[in-house]
Design a protein around this ligand. Structure first.
Ligand code: ADP
Ligand code: MG
Length: 251
């Protein structure tokens, strides 16, 4: 077989195997190999590296879409100077994502606007980048979705949405008092993520008991970030000059 038809066959093999990036880069990479006198091993390595990179990027985009973060936020966008009570070291430790591997929880507490959702999304985005399946939801969305699925007899299927991801972010937990049904759904999700089954499910009757059981499981081996600072949304209105020790200008 001559060189030209070998080349054609090789391109077809790559396309058939859906190695599209390698197929597209075959010609330029072979030219480069000739010019730079690369070995066969080097050419193959380089070509497959391009394919691996493209696949990695595609999977990352897929995980990011799947996670359904309401907006894109990163730790790099977070102004730690604005929140001096929040320990950078603790956040830096969380950003290593060891907590995901070690099945530790993270609980973000604080008044509205201090960056709880921002930090939760940023950790979620970091997790997708590291290859973890991540899912973002609000507590009320989770409860409504599971209740609706339950009415169609599909709760057991829908629960997987919340139990399968390596990282589940439940936002706005604790802003509103939960009704009994919502508390039960959150309890189910949290219990299942602990692989605990339903040993004490039958005893769960009162709101207080469910709430206690949820908190109990969540707090078990958790990192708690209690942000006691000011709202970032209101930062223009809170004597910035005074905070920096400069003149306070009153209009
Ligand atoms: P919370 O969830 O605590 O109510 P958010 O995370 O929704 O607060 O923050 C409100 C807005 O302010 C968001 O747009 C967020 O990105 C931004 N924000 C809050 N804190 C900071 C910060 N320290 N640095 C940069 N942006 C911040
Ligand atoms: Mg929030």
């Amino acid at each position: 077989m001559n060189e030209a038809s070998s080349y054609q066959r090789l391109r077809e093999h790559l396309s058939y195997l859906k190695l599209d990036t390698a197929a597209e880069n075959l010609s330029p990479e072979l030219d480069r190999a000739t010019k730079e006198k690369l070995s066969t091993t080097q050419v193959l390595e380089r070509l497959l590296e391009l394919e691996v990179e493209a696949t990695r990027a595609r999977r990352q985009r897929g995980r990011l879409r799947y996670a359904r973060h309401p907006v894109h936020k990163t730790l790099a966008d977070f102004d730690f100077d604005f929140q001096p009570n929040l320990h950078r070291k603790v956040v830096a430790e969380l950003s290593t994502l060891r907590f995901v591997e070690e099945h530790r929880n993270v609980i973000l507490l604080g008044p509205p606007g201090v960056g709880k959702t921002h930090l939760a999304i940023a950790l979620g985005v970091a997790a997708t980048e590291a290859g973890y399946r991540t899912y973002f939801t609000s507590a009320s969305d989770l409860a409504q979705t599971l209740q609706a699925a339950h009415l169609e007899g599909l709760a057991h299927l829908k629960l997987r949405t919340y139990t399968q991801p390596s990282l589940l972010v439940i936002d706005e937990l604790g802003y509103l008092p939960l009704d009994q049904a919502s508390a039960n759904w959150i309890f189910q999700v949290v219990s299942r993520r602990y692989d605990r089954g339903f040993s004490d499910w039958g005893q769960v009757f009162a709101d207080a008991v469910v709430a206690g059981a949820i908190v109990d499981r969540l707090l078990h081996d958790a990192t708690v970030l209690n942000i006691r600072g000011h709202s970032y949304r209101m930062r223009a209105h809170q004597e910035p000059a005074a905070r920096r020790g400069g003149p306070l200008v009153v209009r």
